[in-house]
Design a binder for this molecule. Structure first.
Ligand SMILES: [Mn+2]
Length: 342
């Protein structure tokens, strides 16, 4: 009896595992490199895509049973006379680059992949989310970042567009955002109720006002401390699925993670997510089965003090992406794994 039951349990667990792997096989990543840095003033962030690839992203995704297509790096036109518009810097370059990226992400989605946009600075979320939405319709957006990146062109004190991308994407802010040169193609495509922030700890007064005004769901580092990351993710997914379950776009700024782990980034802020909290976020979103597009941005090797700083930042970026595609910390094995016979 006992042995029969054990066999039954074994059969059950084998079939569950099979099912799980079948699910894994359906995943496929369509990778787009966006070596672009003009949404902020620091050079170096354009090396992000190649560094993340060089750290073995594609091979490791394949090893965990994920189909991968690399669409290569986008190229961006130089823009002459890109003078500030009001306070906003390099609007023409940012607008043009994002238009190109939007088309590229749309094509990746039409090919049936989960899009993976490797930045580059966070201004690229404009094109990535716009293109994702153009292909699949309404999205839920999970924005993991130290910053809210929701300044309008008029509330921004720096004029750097990497601190503004959400303002161009939200329906609710449309009337508050001036049309910049090379931005006329951008149509708002995200509703405030479909946006969740995780990891905030450096929010400008204008941004804080906007978040309250629009009633945006925010899990700042205070909530992560108070609730723990597991509860934060549970509440995030409950909140986003109270109405219709929409495809999820994860926009992950590496500066969400604590600078002790990911120091090679343009605007580090102390008191961030641990490595484990970051990975947990990606694992949880992967398990929803709704993750449809991912950005990994703001890895900047020139901002690391040492080679170790850069390595730690890049390898964390890779691990976050692996978590998005089914890597489990308990261990993994290929679908076709067979035990060697004696
Ligand atoms: Mn950001």
């Amino acid at each position: 009896m006992r042995s029969a039951r054990t066999l039954q349990q074994l059969a059950l667990s084998v079939s569950r595992r099979h099912h799980h792997h079948h699910h894994h096989q359906e995943r496929s990543a369509g990778i787009i490199g966006a070596p672009f840095s003009k949404g902020q003033p620091r050079g170096g962030v354009e090396s992000g895509p190649d560094l993340i690839r060089a750290a073995g992203l594609l091979q490791r995704l394949q090893e965990q049973g994920c189909a991968v297509k690399d669409y290569g790096n986008l190229t961006f036109e130089e823009v002459a006379d890109d003078e500030p518009v009001g306070r906003v810097k390099r609007a023409r370059a940012v607008g043009g680059a994002n238009q190109r990226l939007s088309e590229a992400v749309r094509a990746v989605k039409k090919d049936g992949h989960t899009s993976v946009m490797l930045g580059g600075d966070h201004s690229l979320a404009i094109g990535s989310i716009h293109g994702h939405s153009a292909a699949v319709g309404e999205l839920s957006v999970v924005w993991v970042d130290a910053h809210a990146d929701i300044n309008t062109a008029l509330t921004s004190t720096t004029g750097n567009i990497h601190g503004q991308p959400m303002s161009y994407l939200l329906h609710e802010l449309h009337a508050k955002v001036p049309v910049l040169p090379n931005f006329s193609w951008v149509k708002p495509c995200v509703s405030a109720k479909d946006l969740v922030y995780i990891g905030l700890r450096d929010v400008d007064p204008g941004e804080h006002y906007i978040l309250e005004l629009l009633g945006v769901k925010v899990f700042s580092m205070s909530e992560v401390d108070k609730l723990g990351v597991a509860r934060v993710m549970e509440e995030t997914c409950d909140y986003l699925s109270t109405r219709v379950k929409k495809p999820i776009h994860l926009s992950f700024d590496i500066d969400a993670i604590d600078p002790s782990v990911t120091p090679a980034t343009g605007t580090p802020v102390v008191g961030g997510l641990t490595y484990r909290e970051g990975v947990y976020i990606t694992e949880h979103l992967c398990q929803t089965g709704l993750l449809s597009g991912v950005d990994l941005v703001e890895v900047n090797p020139l901002r690391g003090q040492t080679e170790q700083d850069v390595q730690s930042t890049v390898s964390t970026a890779v691990d976050l992406l692996l978590g998005c595609f089914g890597r489990r910390r308990e261990g993994n094995h290929p679908t076709d794994y067979r035990l060697p016979e004696p």
